[in-house]
Design a protein around this ligand. Sequence first.
Ligand SMILES: [Zn+2]
Length: 172
Amino acid sequence: MKLPILIHPDPRLKKVSTPVDDLSDTLRTLANDMFETMYDAPGIGLAAPQVGVLQRLIVLDCVKGEDEAPRPIAMFNPEVIAASDEKNIYDEGCLSIPEQYAEVERPAEVTVRWMDIEGAEQEETFDGLWATCVQHEIDHLEGKLFIDYLKPLKRQLITRKMVKLKRELARG
Ligand SMILES: [Zn+2]
């Protein structure tokens, strides 16, 4: 089932999400619904708070080429356990901040530990777009958005555009 995505500004996008203790069927269904919502958008990552659920769950698939097999990964309680000194700059966007993009600098390589959808612990080192995406999604679990890395003026400009967009959407 496709879920509605919250648009910034929304107080739920600023909250710290709580860890997942037990993998319930409800959470597995949520992960599947989040994949459906993300692919439909289309996007390469989605965090549970973006669909109004304040639990530490993110989904991502940064495979871009059409001839490449998709690689959907659901991460419960993801944690960056190591980050490279080397940085990378990407033009980031966010499904909660539609059609706005800005350059953000982050570690080029990160090692992430998480619990998978079967409840098993996983660990992997990501680079390139995957590294940026996984850090962006984990930030959502801390109530942090990519625009929080920008200068205040630029951030306010984007926020004002989103307020306007939400007003238009509410009017229908
Ligand atoms: Zn985002």
